[in-house]
Design a protein around this ligand. Structure first.
Ligand code: NAP
Ligand code: GCO
Length: 262
């Protein structure tokens, strides 16, 4: 047997949330390349349709569902449908997420709650919905998409940092609570990745663009494809004894003290 077989996802069913485009789409594309059947959801029909087109262009026959991951009834309905139409979910990626960049003292409690709802409560809701079948099946992989902000703060992202810090701890807790059922729950903490979510930070003339490049030893923004290898590893048998870990895929940001002044 080739060593590479332990990275294969042949025969596995994967659900990636919010994966019509961006990081979720790239991860799902990587899973399909490794042999998995892809299910994804998004919050609106137009996005699911666009997603289905994107997968088709890559030669992937994906199953798309309209579902708001903050709504427990919609999530339960989607999981039941997937089990019926595709099969029991072996791999869940909690990817759907939002950010609101607002100085904390100007942020309404409603805006704060909305970010926590999508970025923290929803991974709880979706994980809760898939774990019972994973227990019955005897294995499962859950990957939570965390962030640099699971470790660091910065101006304007209080709700996002609170949610992603919480998601890191939810990851460790799922690993602790369900590891005995052969369920591994790990996180990926992407660094600064070029997607629509970070488009405002990369706009021409925005000093944040150079700030990030200078903070990153790799001296560039990440691409969505940079996340494929780490995600396939955490979804595959190759990582069966890795549990409760956050794998930062950040070009070295967290290792670096920053450029020394000349
Ligand atoms: P993105 O481009 O904004 O994509 C996120 C997707 O989630 C969108 O399709 C979005 O739909 C969907 N979504 C939002 N709320 C939802 C809900 N309630 N139910 C279902 N789907 C929902 O984001 P991304 O940059 O690819 O980020 C993906 C994940 O990685 C997020 O969790 C983000 O926080 C995290 N992350 C991103 C970076 C980065 O640098 N880009 C770095 C670290 C972590 P809409 O288009 O309608 O909003
Ligand atoms: C921001 C960014 C970040 C990234 C990412 C970093 O405004 O600082 O949007 O939060 O999206 O999560 O890992």
């Amino acid at each position: 047997m080739s060593m590479l077989n332990s990275f294969s996802l042949q025969g596995k069913v994967a659900l990636v949330t919010g994966a019509s485009y961006g990081i979720g789409f790239a991860i799902a594309k990587g899973f399909a390349m490794a042999g998995a059947t892809i299910c994804f959801n998004d919050i609106k029909q137009e996005l699911v349709d666009k997603g289905l087109e994107n997968y088709k262009e890559e030669g992937i026959n994906a199953f798309g569902y309209v579902c708001d991951v903050t709504n427990e009834d919609q999530v339960d309905e989607m999981i039941a449908k997937i089990e019926q139409e595709v099969g029991v979910i072996d791999i869940l990626v909690n990817n759907a997420g939002i950010i609101k960049r607002i100085p904390m003292i100007e942020m309404s409690a409603d805006d704060f709650r909305q970010v926590i709802d999508v970025d923290l409560n929803a991974p709880f809701i979706v994980s809760k919905a898939v774990i019972p079948s994973m227990i019955k099946k005897g294995h499962g992989k859950i990957i939570n998409i965390c962030s640099m902000m699971s470790e660091l703060g910065r101006e304007t992202v209080s709700a996002y940092a609170a949610a992603k810090g919480g998601l890191k701890m939810l990851t460790k807790n799922i690993a602790s609570e369900y590891g005995e059922y052969n369920i591994q729950c790990n996180g990926i903490g992407p660094g600064y990745i070029a997607t629509p979510q970070t488009a405002p930070l990369r706009e021409e003339g925005n000093p944040f663009n150079n700030f990030i490049i200078s903070k990153t030893p790799a001296a560039r923004w990440g691409t969505t494809d940079d996340l494929i290898g780490p995600a396939v590893f955490l979804a595959s048998e190759a990582s069966d004894f890795v549990n409760g870990h956050i794998l930062y895929v950040d070009g070295g940001i967290l290792a670096y003290i920053g450029k020394q002044p000349k």
